[in-house]
Ligand binder design. Sequence first.
Ligand code: NDP
Length: 294
Amino acid sequence: MTARILDGKAIAAEIRGETAQQTADWVAKGGKQPCLAAVLVGSDPASEVYVRNKQRACERAGIDSQLHRLDASTSQAELIAVVERLNNDPHVDGILVQLPLPAGLDEREILDVVDPMKDVDAFSPENVGLLVQGRPRFLPCTPHGVVQLLKRCQIPVPGKHVVVIGRSDIVGKPMALLLAARDGTCGPEAANATVTIAHSQSDDLEGIVRSGDIIVAAVGRPEMVRGSWLKPGAVVIDVGINRVGDRLVGDVHFEEASAVASAITPVPGGVGPLTIAMLLQNTLMAAKLKTGKA
Ligand code: NDP
């Protein structure tokens, strides 16, 4: 079997086009141009690339963007002051604090300061709580991107056994919530999957993965999931982005998995572009929510 490649780049372009149209419609009806403010502390090269890509995507969708660059030596109090200023700035609709923060800064405390109405990453306790209760304000970008990818590639999810490898607050946990959600409770896409969350302490990871109809790998370990672990015909969504020498690879061994799976996302060009597309959607949503017209 040679797996069908799930082209995240093309689907992200489609979604960004829809957001651009929705933004233009919103502005034409007198709505304020949405604005995303990114905060970048230090000069981590990967973070620089991510922030630049996000800004470029904003511009193309007609969304205003700001970049607040801070020195790696910025203190916790200084960073909190910047976030509070953005919270109080009526022109700013969405705030994104680029992670990871340099050592010495407390990520959790900073993210807790972001106004939940501007929390377009959906990391705040209020937004996570709303998601858990099945009445989300913003859907978390990477998991929502995966759901959109599955939907737009017409991969059936309801009733399927999805194995999510990884339980981080950013990917694994919210991913499992979205996939297990009842119809309509996490956006319009019915997920209704049976979900297993695996992690570093799971016994028999290979056996768990082999029982999955759909595998979502969000581990951060290059090519850890081997082709021999997969049920023939499984669908593989590789969220991992790992730099190995001058190559980017996922958490799944692409060549091996492609020979066993029915469909697979490439790295790069799979889930990554969708994360940015969903961030733009959330920024437009934040601008609309502010006026009560979302
Ligand atoms: P974290 O490091 O926060 O979480 C990794 C998870 O994988 C943890 O739950 C950990 O388990 C689990 N894990 C680690 N080693 C193993 C193992 N040997 N077997 C089973 N489980 C294991 O990473 P993130 O969730 O933030 O990111 C995961 C990957 O996704 C990274 O490669 C990251 O770069 C990428 N990413 C991609 C995005 C995109 O847009 N495509 C967006 C965000 C992340 P435990 O909890 O027990 O430690």
